[in-house]
Design a protein around this ligand. Structure first.
Ligand SMILES: C[S@@+](CC[C@H](N)C(=O)[O-])C[C@H]1O[C@@H](n2cnc3c(N)ncnc32)[C@H](O)[C@@H]1O
Length: 471
């Protein structure tokens, strides 16, 4: 860690080093940055080299010369790391989501722990030097874990392609296989590619802004095997809809729910506001910890079913719920965390911004015969002050925000209410470290438990146990 601090200190001193695009120089890689890229120092100026590993010596070729940093690619690998492995996917270095596939898995797990250290080092919440960061809990087999494939559909050389954009561009890479997807998500995706091609359904073209199908989303509920297929279209009209649905029914028996989401125009967002039910059920059912969860197309669910169990076990271990507790499940999604604890506490109150997810959470409470859980639609930062003003008393709080972390207004409310038990489940160490700055004025960090939900990527999930400080 001190090593990093020294390097960061030198970043500030050597901004005047000038390089040109295409310039090459030897570089020793010191560590990995937050996006999994190698970091070295050229004449003490920070240089990011994607796919280079700590300890490696490379000949770096400059691709971007910024006054504050250099970005480069590997021109030659002079001394490879003993931890370098052959990526399982040959496009791993072309598209996002495979940034660490060339690094052996034990070192990926160690990197995720270091990522938390780097974030703490940047934001410096109270006492951060003394925080206990447990080793990352990883998977035995860190492949075939993703329950959802969300691929763009485009034409490439006259054929329908489904895949991800090449990093930094809108050129699609057609993914015929993918080592991190649960296999059924890929077989359904590739069969959909064939069907769209056979039925000649117009595919969206970003240049002309014409065409219909933009994206296909395939999500499997691992516990039941049910598969939901969502076709995201540019217009409400879906040509050859009846033949398509007929063919899906005949050729893809694993698909139990077919939905259409309409996302007109050139919005950078993948999903539009309107979702229509086309065939089968309008949702799929997932099983977590012996409970049934209804999952509608728009609702968030953790991407890695095997590690979700580990994540929730760790959340329970950190929270230690008890019979007399009122538990607030903030950022509740479809209610998975709160409902898992419902039989161990007095009551669960949850809030979540997506109305469909709240409808799912309420339904999930009912279908699991849980009558001590209530959910409200709204942002945590708006609902929490209302509850507090209405006199709601709570002893236990779990927050599980998106990557943007907690809203400042919510942090104020938490510091006002000061619940005895408090667990922060984070999917972004950087916003976690930022949020810990105000939170550690009142709470101590008892420990941090990283859980690897996304092997082969630099993404890191952390369960943080907070206890009210004695001071
Ligand atoms: C990381 S997910 C966690 C969901 C759930 N706890 C789980 O484990 O599946 C974050 C959730 O917060 C919701 N969300 C995003 N911003 C929000 C806000 N300001 N207030 C409440 N919920 C929000 C998202 O829709 C998403 O369902």
């Amino acid at each position: 860690m001190n090593n990093h601090q020294n390097h960061r200190h030198s970043d500030r001193q050597h901004k005047d080093v000038e390089v040109e695009i295409g310039q090459r120089f030897p570089l020793t890689i010191k560590r990995l940055g937050i996006n999994g890229e190698g970091i070295g120092y050229y004449q003490r100026k920070i240089c990011f080299v994607p796919f280079a590993l700590p300890g490696e010596v490379v000949v770096a070729e400059v691709t971007e010369a910024d006054p504050r940093f250099i970005r480069a690619k590997i021109h030659k690998l002079r001394k490879p790391s003993p931890h370098r492995v052959e990526p399982a996917d040959d496009y791993a270095q072309d598209v996002g989501g495979f940034e660490l596939e060339h690094l052996a898995y034990p070192q990926q797990l160690e990197f995720k722990r270091d990522l938390i250290r780097q974030a703490l080092d940047k934001f410096k919440p109270t006492g951060y030097h003394g925080y206990t960061i447990h080793p990352t809990l990883g998977m035995d087999m860190p492949y075939e874990y993703r329950n959802k494939a969300q691929f763009q559909i485009r034409m490439i050389d006259g054929h329908v392609a489904a895949g991800l954009y090449q990093s930094g561009s809108h050129d699609l890479v057609d993914l015929e296989s993918c080592s991190v997807q649960i296999p059924v998500t890929m077989t359904v995706m590739r069969d959909m590619v064939k069907l769209i091609e056979e039925l000649e359904i117009p595919v969206y073209d970003e240049k002309t802004k014409a065409g219909i199908i933009k994206t296909v989303v395939v999500r499997v509920a691992d516990g039941t095997g049910e598969v939901q297929l969502t076709i995201i279209t540019n217009t409400p009209k879906l040509p050859h809809k009846h033949q398509l649905l007929e063919q899906i029914e005949q050729r893809l028996p694993e698909v139990t729910s077919v939905m259409q989401n309409i996302n007109p125009g050139t919005s950078p967002l993948v999903w539009g506001d309107e979702t229509i039910h086309l065939a089968g059920n309008d949702a799929i059912t997932e099983m977590i910890g012996g409970l049934k969860f209804r999952l509608s197309a728009r609702a968030f669910l953790q991407l890695n079913p095997e590690q979700t169990k580990v994540l929730y076990e760790q959340t329970a271990k950190a929270l230690k719920p008890s019979r007399k507790d009122t538990l607030i499940d903030a950022y509740a999604g479809i209610g998975t965390i709160g409902l898992s604890f419902a039989n161990q506490v007095d009551q669960v109150l949850g809030m979540e911004v997506i109305p469909d997810a709240v409808a799912d959470a309420k339904y999930n409470a009912e279908q699991n015969n849980i009558d001590n859980a209530q959910y409200e639609v709204g942002t945590a930062e708006k609902v929490m002050p209302r509850w507090l003003n209405d006199g709601v008393n709570f002893d236990a709080l779990v927050v599980d925000p998106p990557r943007s972390g907690l809203d400042g207004g919510l942090i104020k409310e938490i510091l006002r209410a000061k619940p005895e038990k408090f667990v922060y489940v984070s999917c972004n160490p950087s916003t976690l470290a930022r949020d810990l700055v105000p939170l550690t004025k009142v709470y101590d960090v008892k420990y941090m438990q990283p859980v690897d939900m996304m092997p082969q990527t630099p993404k890191c999930e952390v369960v943080v146990k907070l206890v009210k400080s004695a001071k």
